[in-house]
Design a protein around this ligand. Structure first.
Ligand code: FES
Length: 150
C-alpha cells in the first residue's frame, strides 16, 4: 500500500478490510470526509484509517453508530488527530469497555454453570436458581448480566 498522506477509497478499503460501500456509508454519516485533490480526485486522509478502525472496534464492542459518530465528531477536521485527541475518546468510552470486560469475565467464569437464564436445564439451576428466582429481576441471563449468582 502506498504511504502517501492521502488514499483512494480502494486503498482505504483494502487496508481497513471494510467494503467500499461500507466506507461510503460511514462517509454519508460524517465519520470520514473525502477531500478533492488539485486533479479533482476524491481522496481520504491516511488518518481516516484510524477513524474507520475505531468505528469497526467500537461496533464490535457494542457501541451504537450514534455513539461512534458522537465520539468521532470530537476529533479535529482536516488534520490527523493526535494521541491526546484519541486519549480523550478512550477516557470517555473507558466505562463501556470496563463493563464489557467485567461481563466477559463473568461469562468465562459462569458459562459451564447456571447463568440464571430461566431454562432450569442444569442440575446447578435447582441450587442457584430455584424456580427461576433470578427471573424476578428481569429478562436475560441474570448471573452474567451482573446479578448475584453462583
Ligand atoms: S442455566 Fe438457565 S437457569 Fe440455570
Amino acid at each position: 500500500m502506498p504511504s502517501d498522506r492521502t488514499l483512494s477509497i480502494g486503498d482505504l478499503a483494502s487496508r481497513t478490510g471494510l467494503s467500499v460501500s461500507a466506507i461510503r456509508f460511514y462517509e454519508s454519516r460524517g465519520l470520514v470526509r473525502a477531500i478533492r485533490t488539485g486533479g479533482n480526485q476524491r481522496r481520504f486522509l491516511r488518518s481516516d484509517i484510524r477513524r474507520l478502525s475505531f468505528a469497526l472496534i467500537a461496533q464490535q464492542l457494542g457501541l451504537t453508530l450514534g455513539q461512534i459518530e458522537a465520539e468521532l465528531a470530537t476529533l479535529p477536521e482536516g488534520r490527523a488527530p493526535t494521541r491526546a485527541d484519541w486519549q480523550r475518546i478512550s477516557e470517555r468510552i473507558g466505562g463501556v469497555l470496563d463493563q464489557k470486560i467485567a461481563m466477559l469475565e463473568r461469562m468465562r467464569k459462569k458459562l459451564d454453570g447456571c447463568i440464571g437464564c430461566g431454562c432450569l436445564s442444569l442440575e446447578t439451576c435447582a441450587l442457584y436458581n430455584p424456580e427461576d428466582r433470578a427471573g424476578r429481576a428481569g429478562p436475560g441471563p441474570r448471573f452474567v448480566i451482573g446479578d448475584e449468582g453462583p
